[in-house]
Design a protein around this ligand. Structure first.
Ligand code: UDP
Length: 337
């Protein structure tokens, strides 16, 4: 079985995927600088190296010493709002360090590279659901930083025969390992954790950003996909890459959207508590609707989400928040993807 380097493997999606990979028999090496990830989220049975993805000599050393032939690159800043305030942080960390990482991997013999990408590469959708062929017109520095890495990988694919896959996530949600691994960002900006923190009375109310969108109830619609389903998708991609993939980009979403108010209603059902909210102004950079056309992935990989409905995703998220009202509890970490 192959040896795989997982960057950002102490983050939310990265840690769940690293765990699945280890279970599937891969020898997993995680690199994470713990600026956003959590040591507590690291799964059993993986080798952990605390370090930076932009450290070219460290990356080369890891690839050589662990005989790595494939990489999944999760490590990134991933908040749209923050990317407007501090674009340089996103270009430096996601793009510049990402380019260094990719170069170091190619030079040291990595053959397969999977990028955590995002629906943010599409910008404001011209059609719903959004197919992979949609124009790539990001609307925020975060989306640009990820699209930049897609381009760099496309180039290495042409010039060096690197096998690449860009997995464009919609909204990752839910918890894994029976509620033991979940979302913990500081400051928290994501809807579902904020909803459950409010249910737990750690916040007074949920501020719903925008009630005047052109959607049935006026609030923004997103496609929520369970983190475990995302993790499973990565394994399928890695397995298939061995023989070459027919496409580079794949949307990973359930293919069904829910409005913020629908999420709130379902969340109240999931936890059995009343969650106060107030509708306020729109959040800058938020598209009204993001729903994946996931048919490319479902057909090619014979994949269906196990968590196909929002209620199950929310029950799973609640399991985590109820037992971990303060997240991992070290108080210093924030959102890693
Ligand atoms: N949202 C909201 N209130 C919050 C946080 C988020 O109304 O406190 C909305 C947000 O505007 C978006 C949706 O919930 O329409 C999902 O936002 P989240 O930050 O979870 O994910 P994103 O879509 O930004 O990746």
């Amino acid at each position: 079985m192959s040896n795989i380097l997982v960057t950002g493997g102490a983050g939310y999606i990265g840690s769940v995927t690293a765990r699945e990979l280890a279970r599937a028999g891969y020898r997993v090496v995680v690199i994470d600088n713990l600026s956003k990830g959590h040591r507590e989220a690291l799964p059993e049975g993986v080798t952990f190296v605390e370090g930076d993805i932009g450290d070219v000599s460290l990356i080369k050393k890891l690839v050589w010493s662990y005989d790595v032939d494939r990489v999944i690159h999760f490590a990134a800043y991933s908040l749209v709002g923050e990317s407007f305030e501090k674009p340089e942080l996103y270009f430096e960390n996601n793009l510049i360090k990402g380019v260094r990482l990719i170069g170091a991997c190619v030079e040291s013999g990595v053959r397969h590279f999977v990028l955590s990408s995002t629906a943010a590469v599409y910008g404001d959708p011209l059609e719903i659901p959004i197919p992979e062929s949609h124009p790539l017109t990001p609307k925020n520095p975060y989306g640009f930083s990820k699209l930049g890495l897609e381009d760099v990988l496309r180039s290495y694919s042409q010039t060096h025969g690197l096998n690449v896959a860009f997995l464009r996530y919609f909204n990752a949600a839910g918890a894994a390992s029976g509620g033991m691994i979940g979302e913990d960002h500081a400051p928290e900006t994501h809807l579902i954790p904020i909803i459950f923190q409010t249910a737990l009375k750690k916040r007074e109310k949920v501020y719903v950003f925008g009630g005047d969108y052109d959607t049935p109830d006026g609030t923004a619609i997103r496609d929520y996909i369970h983190v475990q389903d995302l993790a499973r998708a990565h394994i399928l991609v890695l397995e298939a890459m061995e023989n070459g993939l027919p496409h580079e980009a794949y949307n990973l979403g359930v293919g069904r959207g829910y409005s913020v108010l629908e999420v709130l209603t379902e969340a109240q059902e999931a936890c059995g508590l009343t969650i106060p909210y107030e509708i306020v102004g729109r959040r800058v950079g938020d598209p009204p609707v993001l729903v994946a056309d996931n048919r490319r992935f479902t057909r090619e990989f014979d994949w269906q989400p196990e968590y196909g409905n929002l209620r199950d995703i929310l029950v799973s998220a609640w399991q985590w928040h109820r037992v971990h009202p303060d997240g991992y509890g070290n108080g210093e970490s924030h959102g890693a993807i």
